[in-house]
Design a protein around this ligand. Sequence first.
Ligand code: HEM
Length: 375
Amino acid sequence: AATVAFHGSRQAGIVTAQQDRLAFAAYDLTVSGSPAENRDALRELLKTWTAAARAMTEGKPVPGDNDIGAAPPADTGEAFGTPPANLTITIGFGPSLFDKRFGLADKRPAALADLPHFARDNLDATRSGGDIAIQACSDDPMVAFHAIRNLARLGRGTVVMRWSQLGFGRAASTSDKQETPRNLFGFKDGTRNIHGDPKQLDNWVWVGKETDQKWMRNGSYLVARRIQMRIEAWDRDFLTDQQNVFGRHKYTGAPLSGGNEFDAPNFHARAADGSAAIPPTSHMALAAHENNGGVRILRRAYNYTDGVIASSGELDAGLFFLCYQRDPRTQFVALQHKLSRSDALNEYIQHVGSGLYACPPGVTSDSGYWGEDLL
Ligand code: HEM
């Protein structure tokens, strides 16, 4: 059965070849004691969650009694007998975890600065934030859902699930061995993502010695954005315009400056009529590292659909954008400031949910637990 190692100096689920399915959940702690008591409760929770995550990623049930007739089983059971299908469970801590409740204010990394308001943001507070986030990815949707459900259950009394999101098809590739998938606008997504190059990962994804918080070394920062896509309006747009929005050909994924999917775009190339072959307001031109002082991010997005928007009757669907980076202030925030003002894509999208989380380093032994250096 396909498994991804849980133990490691860095958490799995970040550079791991992207699985097909996502179950994401943000949780809030419900503690009401002194900071020291609350920290103890948080430590217990993280120990319990780590043990459960370790077992589930290995394809084993949640540890505990599963066959006592007079008690509910420790594991909820819906993934019994199902292989883990590359399950990874990745944890992150939101800015709110560093407030007065836990006395952890002096452990808050400077890079975990609250995200600013961006132009056109229309965020729903009930789909944003959270003290702790869990990203569960697997090639089997039941396995991914089972993970977030069982963590919620194990934490009952200490945490409640604040919001969650299922993703049904990966919309990025994180390895050059993966074919580039498509997003709901029908375009290949992930072509120029970071695809495992260790130098780029060290430069742009993994927190190193520069951090002001030692407990974050070998960790990474996750930004989550629920981005609604106006599918009906998009589907009425003509092909040339769709391609100009992204700066790429729809079917081949090649840049509009020519060549094949993986050829470098030429932002100086001219079309026959003398205009820029890749429009300067296209999503690619605005997001490309060449036009952003070299800045890159690791994208790990998923497509989603959640039924129908009651007020308009349109599909509630879009991209659950996840990206990992070494410092959101100079990476996601810098890029999104620019995109939110000028991206041709803005006519067809709206950011409706948001989260920022500090993902600690990995767990290296059977006795270790998530966040132990923080607590
Ligand atoms: C590239 C789609 C939002 C950052 C691309 C590409 C597509 C795409 C089709 C070109 C293929 C590729 O290289 O992967 C979308 C859609 C979005 C969205 C549909 C929203 C619904 C965002 C956001 C950011 C972002 C919010 C960051 C703030 C990037 C970057 C690239 C990229 C850095 C690579 C550009 C390059 O170097 O060529 N996106 N994207 N995207 N996108 Fe997005």
